[in-house]
Structures are given as C-alpha cells and as structure tokens.
Design a protein. Sequence first.
Length: 202
Amino acid sequence: MVKTKLLLLSLVVVFIVVVTGHSQAAAPANILKNGGFESGVMDPWSTYGDMVKAEILAKDAIEGKSCLHLIISKKEVNFWNGGLQNGNQVFTKGKKYTLSAYVKSPQKLQINFKPELAKDPWSGFGDKVMTTTDKWAEYYVTTPVMTADVTPASITFHITFDVGEYFMDGVFFYEGDYVAGMITPVQPKEKSATTWGQLKSN
C-alpha cells in the first residue's frame, strides 16, 4: 500500500513537472524590450506630439511594480497626430505577429494598436481602433502573414482621440496568434474585466 501511494505521488509530481515545463516552453518570446516598464525609464519607448506626456509610475501596475501613465492635453483632428512607439523593429516575411497590452483609461478613451511600417506611407498591419474601459483589460491585434520583410517597422499606439489619460502595462509583441495568460496579474479583480481583441472600431 505504501509503495503504491509513493508510486502515485511520484507520477503526480512528474506530471506537474512535465505540464509546467511544457507551458513555460510554449509561451512565445516577447520581441519588445521593457514591455512591462519595469526598468523605471521609458527607453526604448518614445512619444511624439506636444500634447502627449508620459511617465513611469511605481504603483497601480497590473503586473510587476511599474506601469506607464500617458496624459493627453489636447484632442487632435487626426488621432495619429500623437502616439507612443517602440521602434527599430523588423517584421519578417512569412511570419505573423500579435501585439497585446493591458490598458485602462478613466475617460474610457479609444486607442489605436498599429504595428506599422515606420516611414511613408506608414502602412499598418492588422491595426484596429478599440475603446478602453476604466478597469485594466487586455487588448490585442494579430497581423496578417507578412508578404515581405518590413523594415524599418514600429509598434505604435495612436492616442490623441480626446483629452484624458491612459495607463498601460504588460505590452507584448510576439510571433503567431494570440496567447492568453502571458502575465500573472497583481490585481486579479481588475484583470477579470476581460480580454478585448479584434473588436470592431467604435
């Protein structure tokens, strides 16, 4: 009986180790640097547009200890007149990518997720406009398969839809389709606000 129990316990331990190892191995690598803003500085992220201000907050994060706070002081005629970017990217022919991020906005502002060519004509790949909520929620877009190498490329968020604020954390850009559970939220109640991907523009 004791040997049987020990054998069953051993099998359970082996199963847990195998499943955990498989889950970790299956998680796609984040191509972006400082996607969680844990370095305490913006680099390599940057903003453009005089109406956009950004700061790293060492509080209120959905994962880790820090998040990004964006302040928009002026509504623009074109929402792309101000934004947040992580440049110096290359999108490789034959691959598709997913861009995901946790975002909230007290004013429930819209946001445009746009993996793009970082020069004229600024072509987007799978870009969408989505409406945020005042609770942390995950949003994502997935690109089509690239028909050619795209360089220079950029991960861009257009954010001058209206005056207000955004909070952003847990930004991922990785090869393939959307994968849930890329982070372990430190605020699980707000995380339950849901995942918003591939929504129609409002």
